[in-house]
Design a protein around this ligand. Structure first.
Ligand code: HEM
Length: 178
């Protein structure tokens, strides 16, 4: 297979996989009825989620500092750790959603538009982010450094925004919701 064909195949596979992941998440979050049972430990999951998102944001910032100071091997470790942490967050978030279902935001006043602005941008960018992370990683692991850098310029700030707003959402829900 020529290099151009390999690239087209990889990008098509990444977009198809991202589409399937997003489709599954939409079904899981918006259509699947929540579980009938609830366990006490489920109440702790929002804190696990916020911790994993905080860890992810820390790994992303460290990974950026490492690459900008020439420590590429630490950059790779840090970005791989961010990827694992984000994956674990997704598992923990889905578990919470499975047992707890939707969380209604009932607070009124200025916090309400602020919360929904954060929530909506968080959701939209988390969808956009899925293929971007895969493509950035694929270009890195196949040694296409210039392509990797081009994608990373957009992937990194979007991923960071999604992680930080994930923490902000839990904070607002725990402190402002009725
Ligand atoms: C999705 C996770 C990753 C993100 C967001 C990311 C982000 C970045 C950023 C922002 C840069 C600097 C771009 C610039 O200077 O303009 C960079 C460079 C680089 N990254 Fe990544 N990276 C990720 C994963 C990886 C992985 C897994 C590897 C290796 C397997 C890797 C290898 C490199 C290399 C070799 C450079 C260039 C270093 C240089 O210019 O000397 N990155 N990355």
């Amino acid at each position: 297979m020529s290099n151009a064909n390999k690239k087209n195949f990889a990008y098509t596979a990444i977009y198809a996989l991202s589409f399937l992941i997003i489709l599954f998440l939409v079904w899981f979050i918006y259509f699947k009825p929540p579980s009938e049972v609830e366990y006490a430990w489920v109440a702790n999951l929002p804190y696990v989620n916020a911790s994993l998102n905080s860890l992810c944001a820390i790994f992303l910032v460290l990974g950026y500092i490492f690459v900008k100071t020439g420590r590429v091997s630490l950059h790779i470790k840090s970005m791989s750790a961010a990827t694992v942490t984000s994956g674990l967050f997704l598992v923990s978030y889905l578990l919470y959603h499975h047992f707890h279902g939707d969380t209604k935001f009932l607070a009124q006043g200025l916090i309400r538009p602020i919360y929904f602005f954060i929530l909506i941008t968080h959701i939209v960018l988390s969808v956009v982010m899925v293929p971007m992370v895969f493509i950035t990683l694929w270009n890195a692991f196949t040694n296409k450094v210039e392509k990797h850098k081009k994608w990373a310029k957009f992937t990194l700030p979007i991923w960071l925004y999604v992680s930080v707003t994930g923490v902000a959402i839990v904070y607002i829900l725990k402190n402002y919701n009725l």
